[in-house]
Unconditional design. Structure first.
Length: 147
């Protein structure tokens, strides 16, 4: 039986093959769309930015730093609005997205059930997987200077 780590790494390699012409921001969009996050909701934009900010500085806290920066950037009425929009986008994708994609991204063990991640777990996991994808690109020598 194939382990979860092997399945995740296989998926990262699949992503690497299909995303060669994307930079990191483009890969974020593809990952969110693959999971079923609706592009028309504001939570999609907030998630995209949150993953990007987390990637640039992993020491930043989600609630105090990232939500605040997004709320200021998108002229929202506070971090709570950003947090709720992200949560609703994740919930929608969890209910309506591709279960196989969710398994690829969020299966942590050999258990059959993948639980809906929290905002922080979602953002961190996507960032981590895309960081692995980026490392694969660098190792193969096809990194994009625009990242």
């Amino acid at each position: 039986m194939e382990s979860t780590i092997e399945r995740t790494l296989d998926h990262i390699m699949l992503l690497a093959r299909h995303l060669n012409h994307y930079n990191f921001r483009g890969a974020i969009i593809v990952a969110l769309m693959e999971l079923g996050v609706p592009t028309k909701c504001v939570g999609f934009e907030f998630l995209k930015k949150a993953i990007e900010l987390q990637h640039k500085d992993p020491t930043r806290t989600l609630a105090k730093d990232i939500y605040l920066e997004i709320s200021l950037l998108y002229k929202q009425n506070g971090e709570e609005v950003v947090e709720q929009a992200i949560r609703e986008a994740i919930k929608f994708a969890w209910r309506h997205g591709d279960p196989v994609a969710w398994d690829w991204y969020f299966s942590y063990g050999d258990s059959e059930t993948v639980k809906r991640p929290t905002n922080g777990e979602f953002i961190s996991r996507i960032d981590y997987i895309l960081e692995l994808w980026q490392e694969c690109r660098i190792a193969r020598g096809d990194s994009d200077e625009r990242e």
